[in-house]
Design a protein around this ligand. Structure first.
Ligand code: ARG
Length: 378
């Protein structure tokens, strides 16, 4: 039985104010999704190659769910209200008038879909066909919040067509012929698979710091999506950011704000925009993220080993970090945080770490300007 200590208030302006209510995902029924244009997935060691798809093994799902359940009860013990999505049958075929997709994906990472800014929760467009209907898993919660909080603004970004025109023709054919060096060279152009025919973004390509939103142009977010966000949030300053990274998607292992004036950057992903100068100019201290204790990805994981910094800040003095990641834990401890070690690596194959696996409903705090010194062109 979930003890509902926190009454429903939807509000969150940043990544660090005191967290009172959060959504934690579920791994049930997650699929290695059927082939689609946006994704290239090859796990020959497990036999997933040449377009093979199917459900994740039950033992993996059970282990991930156990870690998520334990994480949720730890948060509840600290007085944070936790809600969970309602998985649907992800093995089913889905279609719209423009396409058919032989399977869906899952609903582990709520961060990818739900963007909470102030009293509004926005359902992102998403940009994979397998994830087009993922919002359905969160509708029971959103309906409830709408009923219970008279100030909650419920929004959905325009559902994209995701027709063939949405994706650059021959993107993978070209990418697969490039040498490693040519791929890095290509990455500085930030010309990823989405075209600009319609706005596209995943919520996890947005990092929230009060009045300033940093949005990454990526494999799942195009410039049109970033422009849409700026028009949708006229009181915010939306900064387009790009990094030297191969096939980037989602920013929560790239820049990690910890509290006002303190941010962690991923040294493996240098920014192509003057992001460092921007933070320094506003007197933010920058920590370089330490390397993961892992040397290679866990089986059937499509995230990088930089999930070591995919952390959840509970308040400006308290942070949850994957339990085995001693280097990050020590760094945050030295910087004045109480670190709560949370075993979470069984969840990574299902789409990420502690930040991906959660979505804010309510953090205390107000709309603030943490970057009074702006830079022209950024
Ligand atoms: N591209 C990121 C990495 O692998 C993905 C992190 C997953 N984030 C998420 N919100 N699902 O490092």
């Amino acid at each position: 039985m979930i003890k509902e200590t926190q009454k429903t208030i939807v509000s969150s302006w940043n990544e660090w104010d005191p967290l009172k209510h959060v959504i934690v995902g579920r791994a049930d029924g997650t699929m290695i999704q059927a082939p689609e244009i946006a994704v290239q997935r090859e796990w020959p060691e497990q036999g997933y190659t040449g377009g093979k798809y199917g459900p994740y093994p039950k033992e993996m799902i059970d282990k991930a769910n156990e870690q998520m359940d334990n994480f949720a009860s730890m948060l509840e013990k600290r007085g944070i209200r936790v809600d969970r999505p309602t998985p649907i049958d992800f093995s089913q075929k889905v279609q719209t008038p423009d396409w058919e997709q032989d399977s869906m994906f899952g609903c582990m990472p709520p961060r990818d879909l739900l963007l909470t800014i102030g009293n509004e929760m926005l359902e992102a467009t998403m940009s994979y066909r397998s994830r087009w209907f993922e919002y359905l898993c969160f509708r029971p919660l959103l309906e409830k919040y709408f009923e219970e909080d008279p100030n909650f603004k419920w929004e959905a970004a325009p559902k994209p067509r995701l027709s063939e025109k949405t994706y650059k023709k021959g993107f993978w054919e070209k990418w697969n012929t490039l040498s490693e060096e040519e791929k890095w060279e290509e990455s500085t152009k930030s010309e990823w698979i989405p075209t600009e025919v319609e706005p596209l973004f995943d919520a996890a390509d947005v990092v929230r710091c009060g009045k300033d939103l940093f949005v990454q142009k990526s494999m799942v977010t195009n410039q049109s999506g970033i422009d849409w966000l700026q028009r949708h949030y006229p009181d915010h300053r939306v900064h387009t950011v790009r990094y030297k990274e191969l096939l980037p998607w989602h920013m929560d292992t790239t820049i990690v704000p910890l509290r006002p004036g303190l941010v962690m950057f991923n040294p493996g992903r240098p920014a192509l925009e003057p992001q460092r100068e921007f933070f320094e100019k506003n007197n933010w201290k920058i920590l370089e993220a330490p390397k993961s204790v892992l040397t290679k990805k866990r089986p059937m994981t499509f995230c990088s080993i930089w999930l070591n910094i995919n952390l959840l800040v509970l308040d400006p003095k308290t942070v949850c970090v994957e339990a085995s990641e001693t280097p990050v834990i020590e760094l945050l401890d030295k910087n004045g945080f109480e670190v709560i070690p949370v075993p979470f690596y069984e969840v990574s194959p299902f789409g990420g770490g502690l930040h991906c696996g959660t979505a804010d409903v309510y953090r205390e705090g107000t709309f603030e300007d943490y970057f009074p010194k702006q830079m022209s062109g950024f």
